[in-house]
Design a protein around this ligand. Sequence first.
Ligand SMILES: Nc1ncnc2c1ncn2[C@@H]1O[C@H](COP(=O)(O)OP(=O)(O)OP(=O)(O)O)[C@@H](O)[C@H]1O
Ligand SMILES: [Mg+2]
Length: 267
Amino acid sequence: MSESPIIVVKIGGSTLGSHDTTLEDLVALQREGWRSAVVHGGGAAISEWLDARATPTRFVRGLRVTDAESLQVVVAVLAGLINKELVAAISALGGQAIGLSGADGGLLRVSQLDPELGYVGQIERVDSDMLVRLLDAGYLPVVAPVGILWENQRLQSQIMNINADTVAGEMAFALAAQWLVFLTDVAGVSGSDGGSLAHLSCQEATALIDQETVSGGMIPKVEACLRACQGRTRTAIIDGRQPHALLAAVQQGRFLGTTISASEEGP
Ligand SMILES: Nc1ncnc2c1ncn2[C@@H]1O[C@H](COP(=O)(O)OP(=O)(O)OP(=O)(O)O)[C@@H](O)[C@H]1O
Ligand SMILES: [Mg+2]
């Protein structure tokens, strides 16, 4: 069991819904002996809850500016509602999931990314040992992207919001995962002519960010792929709206989207 491959999957808030087959795919992969860890977003739900409380929200370079009041909503919605809904849904499909946040067990230690962004964390350390223990025990960890502030050489009692894509990239790197797969709401990464690209080398992906062809919520995904590719992880950004897109990628090597790796050619 401990030698079975590891896959890190990021589920986008935008594709999570009743028609999504990703959770079925994760349970199927768990049955086949893959060790999978999930990171989830929840941008849309957080925005709804913030609107309901009439708390204004604003993004800078795709990252939510998080003040003390928005942080409460972020933690409640991400580490509470969405995380537990996912665990319940996976359990109902026969999977064995354990929901946790990056604040649990010292999983994610962060510094403040930028004072302008408020309580937004930059990952300093991922405790991959704890994740490996959960994976080896047969669990599918479902991780909410918040962490604990590390300052003055010690942990503070401050929870921090972290971009979910960044968490997925750092987790894949720390776990030396075989695969990092992003499920999102588009057909892949589009190039300058608007068409979706099948494969990008690291240099090509970096150029698309520099040219601002990749923007908004796609930036942290592509950056996370670039981070994970520094190790031996293969990465893909695929269309979570397509039924069984995750199984097609992992089992059949059929990518309904874009792969990004150090090589000029696809996987
Ligand atoms: N070059 C590009 N190719 C494809 N999509 C792009 C590109 N540049 C920007 N985008 C935008 O990135 C979006 C995907 O990121 P987004 O953050 O909205 O979704 P998500 O991360 O899957 O969901 P969530 O943030 O709710 O967890 C696409 O819907 C698209 O509008
Ligand atoms: Mg996003």
